[in-house]
Design a protein around this ligand. Structure first.
Ligand code: COA
Length: 336
């Protein structure tokens, strides 16, 4: 899969992010379930998470993040050809991307949702890049946004300590040189039961002989140890595969940008790949696991802090429910 073959390259030219105002710290959580700041920090590295209140929609967060990314790319919303919204918690199950397109004033863009849980941003990056690579679209807005606080069981201490809400976005543009160096994305449905936000139906008879199932989605259930084992095994493998496809070496990676699930997972993956800690981007202490939003939020913060610079090589890897996992290797910024 030689990416550069078609002649249309990809540049990642803008980033933006938005998190809700409300902060919940670990001491606050210990008022709700039997836990402690020490336990949560030691097992996860998480200290705070931002939570969306009942007046904050997914579209609100996504639109703000998107505006910031479009502005950094020096484009106007009307320049955008395609909007991909990676989310598992839309405001509307029919899709929230159309509402975002409207609120942004991205009048010419086609917009759709993509669901791949915490791998959503990486899957979205690969999906969006295909439209550029084939020459169909020039300017693509990719958003990763989730409000998982809507779906967390707040009395389950095994999961409620992990998640937070937020949105991040990037702008991808057609370019002469190609900054998307390689990728690898994977799925394994056999382990689907390890992490679920499942619909549960109850039987309802409409008329004699016609029965449907009507119910609702139930809060997140997770086997933490299984997910932990899956992540530390599969994520280094998929990064190595993407590195191979990119025709670079692991040592050439400037920044390891993993889905921000757990500091222990970040450390273990970096250790397996022999990537030094100073190359690992981590902001999960402040936000927890924001699902599809975690990679673009961390990217945006590192870019705006001046940490990630133009031309730096980033290995971005997502992993989570599905199970799904993947890695995209790209260079930041418009080519010089
Ligand atoms: N506070 C205090 N104790 C807790 C606790 C909490 N919030 N959650 C669980 N415990 C307890 C358990 O009940 C268990 O007690 P026991 O030994 O008396 O039965 C003990 O701590 C160990 O539980 P365990 O589940 O083995 O802990 P762990 O070290 O695996 O840590 C996670 C739990 C969830 C932090 C860890 O498994 C994890 O991060 N997994 C990956 C999850 C993830 O990233 N999911 C999203 C992927 S996108």
């Amino acid at each position: 899969m030689l990416l550069q073959q078609s002649g249309f390259g990809i540049a990642v030219t803008g980033s933006g992010s938005c998190t809700p105002q409300v902060t919940l710290d670990n001491n606050g959580l210990s008022q709700m379930v039997e836990t402690s700041d020490e336990w949560i920090v030691a097992r996860t590295g998480i200290r705070y998470r931002r939570l969306a209140d009942d007046r904050t929609s997914l579209c609100d967060l996504a639109v703000t993040a998107a505006r910031r990314a479009i502005e950094m790319a020096r484009l106007a919303p009307a320049d955008i050809d395609l909007i991909v919204l990676a989310t598992s918690s839309p405001d509307d199950l029919f899709g929230s991307a159309g509402q975002i397109q409207y609120q942004l004033g991205a009048t010419k863009a086609v917009a759709f949702d993509l669901t791949a849980a915490c791998s959503g941003f990486v899957f979205g990056l690969v999906t969006a890049s295909q439209f550029i690579r084939t020459g169909v679209y020039q300017n693509v807005l990719l958003i990763g946004a989730d409000i998982l606080s809507r779906w967390v069981n707040w009395s389950d201490r095994g999961t409620c300590i992990l998640f937070g809400d937020g949105a991040g976005a990037v702008v991808l543009q057609a370019a002469e040189t190609d900054s998307l160096l390689g990728f690898e994305i994977r799925s394994d449905g056999t382990q689907n039961a390890s992490l679920n936000l499942a619909y549960k139906a109850e039987s309802k008879a409409l008329i004699e002989g016609v029965t449907i199932g009507q119910g609702g989605f139930h809060p997140i259930t997770m086997n933490g140890q299984e997910i932990y084992r899956f992540a530390v095994k599969k994520v280094p493998e998929v990064i190595e595969k993407a590195v191979f496809r990119a025709n670079i070496s692991v040592a050439e990676i400037d920044w390891l940008l993993l889905h921000q699930a757990n500091q222990r997972i970040l450390d273990a993956v970096a250790q397996r790949l022999n990537i030094p800690a100073q190359k690992v981007i981590s902001n999960l202490a402040n936000y927890g696991n924001t699902s599809a939003a975690s990679i673009p939020i961390a990217l945006d913060e590192a870019v705006r802090e001046g940490k990630i610079k133009r031309g730096d090589t980033i290995a971005a890897a997502g992993f989570g429910a599905g199970l799904s996992w993947g890695c995209a290797i790209f260079q930041w910024g418009a080519s010089k």
